[in-house]
Design a protein around this ligand. Sequence first.
Ligand code: ATP
Length: 931
Amino acid sequence: MEKEEIISDSKDIYRVANTDVLSHLNLEETGLSNQEIDKRISMFGKNKLKEVKGKPLILVFLANFTSMMALLLWASGIIAIIAEMPQLGIAVWCVNIINGLFSFWQEFQAGKATDALKNMLPSYARVVRNGEEQQILAEDLVPGDIVLVAEGDKISVDARLIEASDLQVDQSTLTGESNPVRKVSDAVLKEGLSPFEISNMIHAGTSVSSGTGKAVVIATAMETEFGKIADLTQNMEEELSPLQKELNVLTKQISLIALGIGVVFFVVSVFFVKDGFAKSFIFALGMIVAFIPEGLLPTVTLSLAMAVQRMSKEHALVKKLSAVETLGCTTVICSDKTGTLTQNEMTVSNLWTVDGEYDVTGLGYAPEGNVEVNGASVNVKGNKDLDTLIRLSALCNNAKILPPSEESDRYTVLGDPTEACLSVVAQKSGYSLEEIFKNEPRLRELPFDSSRKRMTTVHQSFGERLAYVKGAPKEVMELSNKILVGGMVRDITESERQEIMEANDSYARKGLRVLAFAYRNLNEVDNLPKAMSAYTPELIEEDLVFVGLMAMSDPARPEVKDAVELCHKASIRIIMITGDYGLTAESIAKQIGIVHGENPRVITGKELYELSDEQLQEALEEEVIFARVAPEQKYRVVSCLQTMDHIVAVTGDGVNDAPALKKADIGVAMGITGTDVAKEAADVILTDDNFASIVKAVEEGRTVYSNIRKFLTYILNSNMSEAVPSAAFLFSRGGIPLPLTVMQILAIDLGTDMLPALGLGTELPEAGIMNVPPRSRDDSLLNKKTIIKAFLWYGLIASIIAMACYFYINFKNGYSFSNLAADGLVYRQATTMTLAAIVFCQIGAVLNCRTEKQSVFKMGIFSNKKVLIGIVFEIFLMAFMMYVPFMQSIFDTAPLGVTEWIILAIIPIPVFLIEEYRKKIVRNKVQKEEQ
Ligand code: ATP
């Protein structure tokens, strides 16, 4: 078929009866063949939207050179040149250009990171091709494909439904209508409808809120309605993260400090030293430039980007760079149970009917094992109750078990593990799944939903129409009034009800997950609607006949226990919020150490509805588990924790989890079991669904913040030793000739300091970083501690050393305090020595700044290669400035002798050791306080 033919056949396809859709489009029920798929891909291309063009690159580039700070520096450059200091003018411009290039590069990298993320997070689609159900990349869909959609799926094509079961679609991205819209497969004959009003069409860009459906793809990529409104995703403004906001404040703070110092120096220079306006201005300008932290933005981005990279190796994909840092402040993690804290590798271990209890042997999804009583094999098919239980569990089931293949040497699961393990029991009991499905074809499904906690399928079963129900025991029991005993149905007695719930509780206490199974003969129901599409849970799921229970184990993930302990050390609370039964949740919570008390409070979904906000807050102060809650209720817990000033990370996988994921400070979606909607709403996606990965991510978040602070301490530190020589000059009214020239200050700030500082941004987590409580929301990067440490402690030590070196050169050459060299070779050597002394102090300082409390020896002096490369670079740069004549003329430098180099080489040692000693005192103090 040609492209035009395919397109014209599919025009107005919504008017065709659903049973005729396939033949109308010349398609088979078995889906497209490989040959046809290739042909259609070459005709229609990939199902990908054309990249929406962002701001033109040139504008993004220019924006980095026109910020307030940049304009200030451009103007300063011009003034310097007018004042006949061209090298200073050019240097100031260079600062500006380097800074602009860095921030542009950073933006560019961040953009690339999101692109990479898009590739790492492909959307998948379930299709029928070559007669088989397959999972393929959504971008490989072509018109004519038969797609299967279910709750949580993001739809990436326009398609005509041929089957729909309770299907509701969220079209809000396209229509703005926030309520889900019901979709059906019947033909639509009404005229004048907008594309989104056609009830048998589903559209790209929307998502399934509930139910399931089967549809034929009509349009892909730019041909979809979504493609036509392609600029939808354009112009999405990113909200600033707390870190970005803090950085903005910080840059302003430091710019103000710089400006203030500049003004003071200018005034003193003009009125006190009487140096003249032009010279004083240049002098003040140098101070301003010296104090502006040029490398701050690049370092922040670098540390965030490195952390994102490390995190992706640890199975956490971060969607927004800034989310990394927010993770570091997390004070509470609200976690799901199934799959996150547990393995989600279900194995049924017990069957229970009112007549007896049975063990099921064998682990995992391989159909190897038996149903036994006291070690003796049981003939399941010969026991009517067991037979019904097994068939029911296999039929009310959407999972598929895949035998070992090239991709995996084990049996794997397509679909929900809770359902898959039920089919395994059927196989272990000697049933053929194919035969079961053939004997009792499915007519209708009322899909599982975590608020209802049940699922029902309707079957044509040997002349009867039966509804098979499975779900959480309490919920199923509330709807059952009869029981199957020895193949006979009779009213259920109160003591039997009790017996069933006791069995349930005793399994749950062992940490097992329990499902109950029941059925209803619909032939015996009066006034049922004729059309099965009108069946609703309210109509079908009542008057049930209870059949039995199945208990399955879902072991805790082995690494979770340590992760939980780490959280407790880090004063991060963990709150389990699960849809599962209270006793099961409690048992798992105890196993992995989430709760320590003998009787932790378990709040069920029902109780939660009745609690007032104040009562909920009170409950949240103590150890608490939320069980049998609906996902919508997570939102409430999250907001309540937030009003209690907590920074909350929350996990989720379902569509209904999306509001909580969005509300939380950090939404964490599950990569494997998560729906597209949850992934979209989240900030972080766990590719292994594992709780331990969240904890690692928190550690990275904390590291990033501490690295930024280390960097800041390091660069502020040299500012002090740069300012002190100038102050000495000013306050001695020129009696001490300027020990460090403006160009030399710039050489440190923009040359030697840069690389080691960037190295600090890549420092690995410090031991003990998870032994302290999360940083408080009020803590800021430039706090009192950082200022004291940088300016008064490191800064003062370096200033003393630098000035001592300056005087040393003078004294060595016969000058004295009252008569210091003011020009000529000795003066140049003296200033060069001051410059070199500061650079070598910075070598000690960069090593010091690598840790906050811990000894650097413990981290390994050579463990941060980037810092080491930075140190080697700065020594070479220093030598280059000293020995190359061209550089000497720019920086007013002169070569130093061997003795001077020996002194310089020794300088970092006391700088480093004094700080090591201080850290030791701090550590001892902390230890004493802990005892
Ligand atoms: P968590 O919220 O911690 O992941 P969960 O998987 O138990 O735990 P839900 O998926 O909301 O949470 O399930 C709620 C309850 O519904 C389960 O405890 C179980 O009793 C029942 N249930 C789960 N899956 C199915 C299913 N496929 N069919 C029928 N009932 C189910």
